[in-house]
Design a protein around this ligand. Structure first.
Ligand code: ADP
Ligand code: MG
Length: 639
């Protein structure tokens, strides 16, 4: 094809920015470019296998899929070829000119603008196809899509600056050749031993053969009667596989090294940190499948947004079917990354079909159980390393896991066992519910907890005063999800769980008869005050009553059984959700001087509102009318 056919295109702005960084940085780890390009070649072969199910003609006469790496010292080029799906002209323009890959987007969001640290990052992360420009000052891509005529090939050329060129070419063989024109400082990648090393390190687990030309040792021709002085390796026409070429998850556990598991994870997840742990199992029974599931060390930045995607790839008999398979893992375990390879699902399974499949349901349950078991193992382990891992896990994903209390009824008890909370006795170390239970006082019939907007608000909550006085431990819950999640929990291991800011306090046997009598007497004595208070505050409270739960505070707000707490109401309002109007109960402390002052006070109404508003503030809220509150306080101060 003639050069005149070449069209110039500009890269998308983000790509140009990325390329600038790639071509102007020094890398701690430049060799990752090969991992990225081989991974693309392997993806292209996976896609051919998948499309080939309905289009066997795509295989043409070339059914054995492979990736070939060839080195040319004369031209200073390295070529990575695959006979996968290939690219049409439009696909080359779209896919090599814009960033679609979420991993790369994530990388872009992590950029600091500081050359040095960004270069570090890129060196570990890899940025897909564009990683090629780490070692090349020009990349030529030649490709033909499966099913197209030989005349419909495409050549894509770029020097890694703002533009690329595209032209139509003849290409007999299906698939893609990526030709890297190596920079002068990257010529070490023309040495085959070096390239083999890199392939073994990063790409051993790739499920198709990565081949290089076989080399043989050729001795120098020596002069008559003399021994040859040396020789060299020369390439033959034969190709040999460098990697093991079996999908990692199909191999036997004890044949896989830790490094191989970690590399596989990095490739799969585009995470540059090693995973925290993993589980690899072949599951047999009514449904047969292999699961290789990883728990990452760090949560992605979007874990709490709608963009968060499930990290499971589905294969059927080693054929890649789809990624982000959210039917294979519950939402509350969306941080799990991995592969499921089913022996039973049909190859032409779609996302829609997955939803209804019984096998899928079984796999999902199996994956859930496996992850919970792994977590339980870490949590219970005596090994310090495991404990640290569990703490790291919990710090990153604990609040995601809690969503499971509402989502997964079957495993609720198992999830509860995995949760950790600060407590009124010790807010630095987190405790499990089982440990709390073991410390419960004699006669204590419930696990007590308080929810609030922050740990300090929880710790200093007026509702805790009586518990502190009596030395009863209360769990402090201050995460956004707690309030919602705990709505689903009535008990743990047979012991009721009670939110101390809900309903009346009933300490059961922990309260002696005398205390109960005193409360009754106080209720009788304060009856007129309570009635008058109810009148003054009828817009704001549902009920006013006398309590023994307070020691230092004059009053506190309590939510009626089965009603939304003030924190939850605030949270829902912030999220723009409609909230049913519900009024709290005001409980007053008959021992408090301010409350005692109420009876017969000339400023009863002002005092009543101040006491109520202070109870709101103690909860972490704001008075409905802050200005009126200030005015009242000032008027009282002046008296
Ligand atoms: P990702 O692999 O995450 O999609 P890359 O930057 O590595 O991102 O690749 C961008 C896109 O370019 C791929 O999604 C694919 O569409 C296309 N591509 C890259 N290499 C090949 C190849 N060898 N064969 C076919 N398409 C390819
Ligand atoms: Mg890629």
């Amino acid at each position: 094809m003639s050069e005149q056919n070449a069209q110039k295109h500009s890269f998308q702005a983000e790509v140009a920015q990325l390329l600038h960084l790639v071509t102007h940085s020094l890398y701690s780890n430049p060799e990752i470019f090969l991992r990225e390009l081989i991974s693309n070649a392997s993806d292209a072969c996976d896609k051919l296998r998948f499309e080939g199910i309905n289009h066997p003609e795509y295989y043409e006469n070339d059914p054995d899929l492979h990736v070939r790496v060839s080195l040319n010292k004369e031209n200073k080029t390295m070529t990575i070829s695959d006979n996968g799906i290939g690219l049409s002209q439009q696909e080359a323009i779209d896919n090599l000119g814009t960033i679609a890959k979420s991993g790369t987007k994530d990388f872009m969001s992590k950029l600091t603008g500081d050359q040095k640290s960004d270069a570090q990052l890129i060196g570990q992360f890899g940025v897909g196809f564009y990683s090629g420009f780490i070692v090349a000052d020009k990349i030529t891509v030649e490709s033909r899509r499966a099913g197209e005529d030989a005349a419909n090939g495409v050549r894509w050329i770029s020097g890694g600056t703002g533009e690329f060129e595209v032209e139509q070419i003849d290409k007999a063989s299906r698939g893609t050749d990526i030709i890297l024109h190596l920079r002068d400082d990257a010529l070490e990648y023309l040495e085959s031993y070096k390239v083999k090393q890199i392939i073994n390190k990063y790409s051993d687990h790739i499920s198709l053969p990565i081949e290089m030309q076989k080399e043989v040792w050729q001795e120098e021709t020596a002069a008559e009667g003399e021994e040859p002085q040396g020789g060299q390796y020369v390439k033959t026409d034969e190709w040999e596989a460098i990697n093991s070429a079996s999908a990692l998850w199909t191999r036997n556990k004890n044949e896989i090294t830790e490094e191989q598991y970690i590399e596989f994870y990095k490739n799969l997840s585009h995470d540059f940190e090693a995973p925290l742990t993993w589980a690899h199992n072949r599951v047999e029974g009514s449904t047969e499948y292999t699961q290789l599931l990883y728990i990452p060390s760090k949560a992605p930045s979007n874990i709490f947004t709608r963009e968060a995607k499930a990290g499971i790839k589905l294969y059927v008999k080693r054929v890649f079917i789809l990624d982000e398979a959210d039917n294979l893992i519950p939402n509350y375990l969306r941080f799990v990354q991995g592969v499921v390879d089913s022996a039973d699902l049909p190859l032409n399974v779609s996302r829609e079909l997955l939803q209804e499949s019984r096998d899928v349901k079984t796999i999902r349950e199996g994956n859930t159980r496996r992850i919970l078991t792994v977590l339980d193992g870490l949590a219970k382990s005596e090994d310090e390393k495991d404990q640290e891992k569990y703490q790291a896990f919990y710090a990153e994903f604990g609040s995601v896991l809690k969503e499971g209390l509402g989502e997964d009824l079957t495993n609720r008890e198992r999830i509860l066992k995995l949760l950790r909370f600060a407590s009124s006795e010790n807010d630095e170390v987190q405790t499990s519910l089982a440990d709390y239970k073991a410390r419960m006082k004699e006669g204590q019939k419930a696990i007590y907890y308080v929810t609030a907007d922050s740990l300090s608000a929880a710790k200093n909550s007026p509702q805790l005063e009586l518990f502190k006085k009596k030395g009863i431990e209360v769990l402090l819950m201050a995460e956004r999800v707690d309030e919602w999640a705990m709505e689903f929990v009535q008990e743990f291991d047979g012991t009721p769980m009670q939110n101390v800011s809900k309903g009346a306090v009933d300490l059961g046997d922990l309260q002696d008869a005398e205390e109960k009598k005193a409360l009754e007497a106080a209720a009788e004595q304060f009856k007129p005050v309570v009635e008058k208070l109810s009148g003054s505050l009828k817009e704001k409270t549902k009920e006013v009553r006398v309590t023994t739960r307070l020691v230092d505070s004059p009053a506190c707000l309590v939510t009626g059984e089965g009603e939304l707490s003030p924190q939850l109401v605030r949270m829902l309002k912030q999220a723009g959700q409609p909230v049913p109007e519900s009024k709290p109960i005001l409980e007053i402390n008959p021992e408090h001087p301010l409350v005692q002052k109420l009876d017969g006070s000339a400023q009863f109404d002002d005092l009543a509102h101040v006491i109520f508003d202070q109870a709101v503030i103690a909860e972490g809220g704001l008075p409905d009318d802050p200005a009126a509150y200030v005015k009242r306080i000032n008027s009282l101060l002046l008296k």
